[in-house]
Write a protein that binds this ligand. Structure first.
Ligand code: FAD
Length: 564
C-alpha cells in the first residue's frame, strides 16, 4: 500500500523533504502543511527584495502549491497549521486558517520542518505597527510598503547577518539608518577583529552604528513607535524599526508529540533525521546537529543544512538510508563593498569550548598583485594548539572571500590538516588567484608557527609584553606614517643586515611588518645571526589595526540625545 507522508512546514527543509520523498517514491501520498500563505520561498532573498536589488516579488516565490502539485504530485496546503500530533495514533490535527475548520490527518511518516521564529523581546512598544520583523514574504511586503509610504529613517536592532543585510538594504534605499547591537561588535559569532572591517564599512556607507548597547523600549505615539530608547539613555527617532535579534527553534509541536530535545533546546535527531519518536522525522532550523569540528551538538539556523537535512529526512521516510553527518556553520554576508565569511570554530568558540587554539592572520591580494584590481583579503586560520588540527577560518575582503572560506570548509569536511592546505592544487590564472594563493600563504604561516620555524605573538599578546621586548619595525619609512608600535625601532628589511649592530642580540625581540611576510624573513635573519629569542607579530600591522578598530568600535560613545 502507498505510504502517507505528512510534512509540517513548506519552505527550505519541508519542501526539500517532500520533493525528495516524491523523487524516491512515485506512489507515496505526500501532504505538505504550511501555515503561511507561501511555500518554498527564498527567505535568504528577503533583505534584497527590501533593498530593491531583487525587483520582482515573484522571484522570491520559487514554487507555488500549483507548481508543486503539477510537477511533483504534492498535496500542498497553505494556511494549514499543524496544531497537535498524536504519535500513538499517527495523526496530526490541522487548522485551516482560510476556512477556520479543523481536521485530523493520519500519517505513516511525519516530517517536522517548522523552522524557527524571530525572538521578540518584551519591550514596551514592541507591538507597534511600524516595529517590523523580517522572516516571511508578508514581513518583507510590510517593509516595502513602509518604504513606499515614505519612511526616511530606520533603526535596525540586531547586528547579526540578517540585521546587517537589512541595514545595508535600507541604506541602499536612501534611508538614514541606525544599527543597534548589544554586543560590542557586529556579527557576534565572528571574532571581533574580523568583524571590525565590516563595522568600518557600515560607517562608510553612512550607517550610524551603536555597538555595546541594547534597546530598552520603544517610545510610542498611538499605535506607532516614534523612537527607540537605548541602554545608554539615547533616543533614536525613526519611521520604521526592524527587530533582528535572533531566532528560536519551533519545537512546541515536537515536544507535545513526545520528541526529545537536545542540549541546545532544539529537536534531537540522529544522522537519519529521526526523532526519538518512531515515525517522526525532523529537519531544518528546528533541529540541532553535530558540529563537524567541535563534535558537540549545535544549533545552526542556516539554509544549507536545512535543505540537506530535508533531503535526508525525505529519502528516509520512504525507506531510504541517507545520513546527515553535521555542519560547520559556514556563513557569509555582503556589506557594501566587503564580504565577511566564516567556517568551523572561531577563536571565540574555542575559548568557550576550552580549546587552546593557535590563530594567524594573513592579508594578501585576492589575486596576483600584478594583475589590475587585486583587493586585500584577510584570512584568519584557527587550529588546535595541542593537536595541530585545523578548526576553522574567517575571511574578510572585497573579493575572493567566498572561494577561500569554501576551500577551508571543504578541508574541514575532509579532515585535512594545515599542512595539507599548503599543498592544495587550486585554480590559478592572474584574474582569479595567485600561484601562491591566500590559502597557501595562510597555511604556510600557520604551519611555520606550528612547527616552531617561527615564534609568533598575536597583537594582544604583543601589547601585553611590549615594554619588555626589543621591537623592530621592518616596514619602509613611508609605511610607518600611519603609526608604529610604542618603542619600536624602524629598520626596513632591506637594511636589516647592515644595521643589525643597532640591535641587542641577547634581548627578546619582536619583529613586525605590514602583513607578516617581511617580518617572517627578518626573524629568520635575526635568529641565524645569533638573536636569542625572536617573535613575529602575527598578521603584522594590518592585524594590529583590526584589533585597534575593534576596540574603537566597542568603546562607549556619548548618547546622542537624553531620554525624557
Ligand atoms: P523555514 O524556512 O522557516 O520554514 C518553516 C516553515 O514552517 C515556515 O514557513 C512556517 O510558516 C512553517 N510552519 C511552522 N510551524 C508550522 C505548523 N505548526 N504548521 C504548518 N506550518 C508551520 N540562511 C543562509 O544559509 N544564508 C542566508 O543568506 C540566509 N539569509 C536569510 C535571510 C532572512 C531574512 C531569513 C529570515 C533567513 C535567512 N537564512 C539564511 C536562514 C534560512 O532561511 C533558514 O535557515 C531556512 O529557511 C530554514 O529552513 P526551515 O525549512 O527549517 O525553516
Amino acid at each position: 500500500m502507498a505510504k502517507k507522508i505528512v510534512v509540517v512546514g513548506g519552505v527550505a527543509a519541508g519542501a526539500s523533504a517532500a520533493a525528495k520523498a516524491r523523487r524516491d517514491d512515485e506512489h507515496a501520498e505526500i501532504v505538505v502543511l504550511e501555515k503561511g500563505p507561501y511555500v518554498s520561498f527564498a527567505n535568504c532573498g528577503l533583505p534584497y527584495f527590501v533593498s530593491g536589488e531583487i525587483e520582482g516579488r515573484d522571484e522570491l516565490l520559487l514554487q507555488t502549491p500549483e507548481s508543486l502539485r503539477s510537477r511533483m504530485a504534492l498535496d500542498v496546503r497553505v494556511h494549514h497549521e499543524a496544531v497537535a500530533v498524536h504519535a500513538d495514533r499517527r495523526e496530526v490535527e490541522v487548522v485551516d486558517h482560510a476556512s477556520g475548520t479543523r481536521q485530523t490527518i493520519g500519517y505513516d511518516e511525519l516530517v517536522l520542518a517548522p523552522g524557527a521564529r524571530p525572538i521578540v523581546p518584551p519591550l514596551a512598544g514592541v507591538k507597534s505597527t511600524n516595529v517590523h520583523l523580517l522572516r516571511t514574504v508578508p514581513d518583507a511586503d510590510a517593509l516595502r510598503a513602509a518604504l513606499d509610504a515614505g519612511a526616511r529613517r530606520a533603526v535596525v536592532i540586531g547586528g547579526g547577518f540578517i540585521g546587517l543585510e537589512a541595514a545595508e538594504g535600507l541604506r541602499h534605499r536612501g534611508l538614514e539608518v541606525t544599527l543597534v547591537e548589544k554586543a560590542p561588535q557586529v556579527l557576534p559569532p565572528v571574532d571581533p577583529e574580523m568583524a571590525a572591517p565590516v563595522a568600518d564599512e557600515l560607517v562608510r556607507l553612512g550607517i550610524d552604528l551603536r555597538l555595546g548597547v541594547g534597546a530598552t523600549r520603544f517610545v510610542t505615539a498611538g499605535d506607532r513607535a516614534i523612537a527607540a530608547e537605548l541602554e545608554d539613555g539615547s533616543l533614536i527617532e525613526a519611521d520604521l524599526f526592524l527587530l533582528s535579534i535572533g531566532v528560536r527553534p519551533n519545537v512546541e509541536l515536537a515536544v507535545a508529540a513526545g520528541c526529545a530535545l537536545g542540549p541546545t533546546g532544539a529537536i534531537a535527531v540522529d544522522e537519519r533525521m529521526a526523532t526519538s519518536v518512531p515515525g517522526i522525522w525532523a529537519a531544518g532550523d528546528a533541529v540541532e546537529m553535530r558540529h563537524l569540528v567541535g563534535d558537540t551538538p549545535v544549533w545552526i539556523a542556516l539554509a544549507g543544512p536545512a535543505n540537506r537535512q530535508g533531503r535526508v529526512a525525505g529519502a528516509n521516510t520512504v525507506g531510504g538510508d541517507l545520513r546527515f553527518r553535521g555542519a560547520l556553520g559556514t556563513a557569509i554576508v555582503r556589506v557594501g563593498r566587503l564580504t565577511a565569511a566564516s567556517t568551523g570554530l572561531s577563536e571565540k568558540a574555542c575559548a568557550r569550548g576550552g580549546i587552546e587554539c593557535r590563530v594567524t592572520w594573513n592579508r594578501h591580494g585576492h589575486h596576483a598583485g600584478y594583475f589590475p584590481g587585486a583587493q586585500p583579503l584577510t584570512l584568519k586560520l584557527v587550529s588546535d594548539k595541542k593537536t595541530g588540527r585545523l578548526l576553522g577560518a574567517q575571511a574578510v575582503g572585497a573579493e575572493g572571500v567566498d572561494k577561500r572560506i569554501d576551500v577551508v570548509a571543504t578541508a574541514l569536511h575532509g579532515g585535512l590538516s594545515v599542512a595539507d592546505l599548503e599543498d592544495l592544487d587550486l585554480a590559478y590564472a592572474p584574474p582569479f588567484g595567485a600561484a601562491r594563493d591566500p590559502i597557501h600563504q595562510a597555511a604556510m604561516t600557520h604551519h611555520n608557527l606550528q612547527k616552531g620555524v617561527l615564534s609568533g605573538l598575536t597583537p594582544s599578546e604583543a601589547l601585553e609584553r611590549l615594554h619588555a621586548l626589543q621591537v623592530v619595525d621592518v616596514r619602509n619609512p613611508g609605511e610607518r606614517a600611519g603609526g608604529m608600535l610604542a618603542g619600536a625601532i624602524g629598520i626596513p628589511l632591506t637594511e636589516l643586515r647592515e644595521r643589525i649592530g643597532e640591535l641587542e642580540p641577547a634581548k627578546e625581540t619582536l619583529v613586525y611588518c605590514a602583513g607578516g611576510q617581511r617580518s617572517a624573513f627578518a626573524a629568520r635573519v635575526l635568529r641565524q645571526r645569533g638573536f636569542a629569542q625572536v617573535h613575529t607579530l602575527v598578521g603584522g600591522w594590518a592585524a594590529y589595526g583590526m584589533f585597534e578598530a575593534a576596540r574603537m568600535h566597542a568603546a562607549p560613545r556619548a548618547p546622542a540625545a537624553a531620554a525624557s
